[in-house]
Design a protein around this ligand. Structure first.
Ligand code: DO4
Ligand code: MG
Length: 309
């Protein structure tokens, strides 16, 4: 395997990726630099990378051994999460999310007003690594839901020591009709096969000049036309990322790091709902574009998901 010879290449700007090459389904960790992918032979998984202190992660990415490069077009991207790393999410962190929730859940509107103002944020478990979908794959909406939306969010990649190591894009796909019926249905509105997408890659934290100035864009295409589009920025976030991380780790341990999605600032207004066949693109400035298809119902999702298991 000539492509696995070590290279002394060293890049200034890198995107951390999880991928496989056409000759083998084995997941690999590497960096993408100017259209070339360099494998990191000493990094067996992303989970192993997030078990390290930030200085070590940086050293490995910038000065560690690398394989000879392969063109980006020759690799298949995988969701940038593996092993024991979980996805958690914060909610009602933007005024627009608060307003959307107040509107959809008349009887429980106060819950959302209160959590927006409270010191303690809303944090919820979103996904185990194995069920996260990545760029070019397919998210799903539930067949027992009537209003479903993508939630474009900036996700923090946090190491075991609580340091923010990188940023990626998240689609926190959600059922507005189920959550709106009763906030206690939140896990059913949020946690199911196809409900979470991450990617396409992870941008190291030290390369992001100001994480509170990242643009976020959501584009939903249907039949080749734009069905809904919105744009916002992390400048409107009501909380600080470190504060969200602090609450997440107050009483918990994530030995292989954790991904924390930081809430949506864009909610397509009702009665808009995602439909089977839609295409969703979540763009986070300086991080990348996470594009996925959409299917409706478990049977369609199983068809889309099982080949990746
Ligand atoms: O309170 C429900 C979830 C909120 C959420 O996911 C968001 O604001 O992004
Ligand atoms: Mg959300």
């Amino acid at each position: 395997m000539a492509r696995w010879k070590l290279s002394a290449a060293k890049a200034e700007h890198v995107d951390i990726i999880r991928y496989h090459i056409s000759q083998s389904p084995l997941p690999l960790v590497g960096v993408c630099d100017q259209g070339q992918v360099f494998g990191l032979p000493d990094v067996v998984s992303l989970a192993a990378l997030w078990a390290l202190p930030l200085d070590d992660i940086r050293r490995r990415l910038q000065n560690g051994d690398r394989t000879l490069p392969v063109p980006f077009g020759d690799v298949t991207l995988l969701p940038p999460i593996d092993g024991r790393t979980e996805v958690w999410a914060a909610g009602v962190t933007y005024w627009s999310s608060r307003e959307a929730r107040v509107e959809e859940s008349e009887r429980s509107a106060d819950v959302y007003r209160q959590v927006y103002d409270a010191d303690r944020p809303e944090l919820f478990f979103k996904s185990a690594a194995w069920r996260v979908v990545g760029h070019g794959q397919t998210v799903a909406v539930r067949a027992d839901s009537t209003i479903d939306v993508p939630e474009p969010e900036v996700a923090l990649v946090i190491n075991r020591f609580g340091e923010i190591a990188g940023y990626t894009a998240c689609n926190d796909v959600s059922s507005r009709s189920i959550e709106g019926e009763n906030p206690l249905y939140l896990p059913q509105a949020k946690i199911y096969l196809g409900g979470c997408a991450l990617g396409p890659s992870i941008r190291p934290a030290w390369e992001i000049a100001d994480p509170y100035q990242l643009s976020i864009e959501l584009v939903i295409r249907r039949g080749g036309l734009i069905a809904w589009r919105g744009r916002a920025s992390t400048a409107a976030l009501r909380r600080r990322f470190d504060d969200l991380v602090g609450y997440l780790l107050r009483a918990d341990l994530h030995p292989d790091g954790v991904v924390l999605s930081t809430g949506t600032c864009l909610v397509p207004p009702a009665p808009f709902s995602l439909a089977d066949g839609d295409e969703v693109a979540v763009t986070v400035g300086e991080v990348g574009v996470l594009s996925t298809g959409v299917v409706r119902g478990l049977d369609r999702m199983r068809e889309a998901f099982e080949p990746h298991l």
